[in-house]
Design a protein around this ligand. Structure first.
Ligand SMILES: CC(C)(COP(=O)(O)OP(=O)(O)OC[C@H]1O[C@@H](n2cnc3c(N)ncnc32)[C@H](O)[C@@H]1OP(=O)(O)O)[C@@H](O)C(=O)NCCC(=O)NCCS
Length: 158
């Protein structure tokens, strides 16, 4: 695989970032949520609007000038997104984006990082656990016809 380039997002990236988040989210959740629920959520969530408002906290992984993954990490220490394009998963892109996000928080002087992930997303929970994150809480969310549990995780930044 060609070299991974990690860079900050630009305003012109927002549509491509939103498309990637939606595609990766749907693939990650297709076995966790009923498919009609997953599709309805993906359609109803204003991912484009959210990404457009948060573009300054987004990091992008590019391969051959194509966006292969994104991380969203804000100054409060919240990693609010980590998504790799399904056809690029397992190639080290998520790890590279994760390292960039953690380094950014350390450089900003943050002592702690936090995030939330669906409890049923075992791949993601394992990804964070193997990097030292610990579970700090759980909450159950109700959406029409379905309920799911989100795990809140934290990491002390040395
Ligand atoms: C979780 C995710 C960001 C990891 O990114 P990635 O580029 O696939 O991961 P990497 O290639 O850097 O590998 C990181 C680890 O994940 C493991 N991994 C990668 N692909 C995997 C897969 N399909 N199934 C299980 N484990 C996998 C690797 O073995 C590696 O293990 P390690 O932590 O012990 O080193 C990515 O799979 C993804 O976008 N998933 C869908 C969205 C999501 O669930 N995001 C997180 C919640 S917001």
């Amino acid at each position: 695989m060609n070299a991974i380039c990690i860079r900050r997002a630009k305003t012109g990236d927002t549509q491509n970032v939103a498309n990637l988040v939606q595609e990766s989210w749907l693939v990650a959740n297709q076995n966790l949520l009923p498919s009609d629920t997953a599709n309805a959520l993906a359609k109803s969530a204003d991912i484009g609007g959210f990404v457009a408002g948060e573009w300054q906290s987004i990091w992008i992984a590019e391969i051959n000038k194509e966006i292969a993954g994104v991380a969203g990490v804000n100054p409060a220490g919240v990693i609010w997104a980590l998504y790799v394009r399904p056809d690029y998963q397992g190639c080290g892109i998520g790890s590279a984006l994760y390292e960039a996000a953690i380094n950014m928080l350390k450089l900003a002087g943050k002592r702690k990082a936090i995030l939330e992930v669906m409890a049923a997303n075992e791949n993601a929970v394992a990804f964070y656990r193997s990097r030292g994150w610990v579970q700090e809480g759980r909450r159950t969310e109700h959406i029409p016809g379905f309920r799911f549990t989100a795990v809140r995780m934290g990491l002390a930044l040395g």
